[in-house]
Design a protein around this ligand. Structure first.
Ligand code: G3P
Length: 217
């Protein structure tokens, strides 16, 4: 499974990229607004740190303007992935960009039917939002299972990019279902390293080692 981080915070991206665990980055207009930076500069900065796919979302709602925005964003770096919303205009844009060899991430997916449309539109990635479904009392992970089943049945090339992740439990559940990518907040990736028994065991090993008075180097 590939790990993307869902943030526009360049300091977090640099810190986590150094762990070797970051395969890509996803951003959205809300995260971009929070960064306070000029969008084009922000995406260029992220692309210079992470060589994998970096999702940059269009902000127009109509196909023609989406195409114009995508043309600007694609020029930033070769790893820019154009993110489009799951609307008729978004999917029309997805099809046109995919036919032109551009990676496209279709976002704001909340149903298997929407995921099927995105795959038929040639999306490189579909982004189902599990946390936001859980927030309204629905079952986010059931959506991932449905999409994985459908995509496998037809050998669609579209990768399932699990988004709106709330914690390591979502990542593990998605991995068990065979989803291709998890995009997670930096805090979730950090949490994945932790276990109290690792800390406890390491302390015991270090205490015992100190008693030997030895040094390996
Ligand atoms: O970037 C898309 C998605 O991951 C948003 O997550 O936490 O705002 O529901 P969230």
């Amino acid at each position: 499974m590939k790990f993307f981080i869902d943030t526009a915070d360049i300091k977090e991206i640099k810190d986590l990229a150094a762990t070797g665990m970051v395969d890509g980055v996803t951003t959205n207009p809300s995260l971009a607004a929070k960064s306070g930076k000029k969008f084009v500069d922000l995406i260029a900065e992220i692309c210079a740190v992470v060589p994998g796919p970096v999702s940059a979302e269009v902000t127009a709602l109509d196909h023609e303007t989406m195409m114009k925005e995508a043309a600007v964003l694609r020029k930033i770096a070769k790893n820019v992935t154009i993110k489009v919303p799951l609307t008729p205009d978004g999917l029309k844009t997805c099809k046109a960009l995919s036919n032109d060899g551009c990676m496209v991430n279709v976002t704001l997916c909340f149903s298997p039917a929407q995921a099927l449309l995105a795959a038929k539109a040639g999306a490189s990635f579909i982004s189902p939002f599990v946390g936001r479904l859980d927030d309204i009392g629905a079952d986010g992970m059931a959506l991932i299972q449905d999409i994985c089943t459908i995509y496998k049945a037809y050998s669609f090339k579209t990768e399932v990019l699990v988004a709106s992740i709330r914690g390591p439990q979502h990542v593990v559940a998605a991995a068990k279902m065979g989803a291709h990518v998890s995009t997670m907040p930096p805090s979730t990736l950090r949490q994945m390293f932790n276990h109290p028994l690792t800390d406890k065991g390491l302390k015991a090993f270090m205490d015992d080692w100190a008693k030997t008075g030895q040094s390996i180097i």
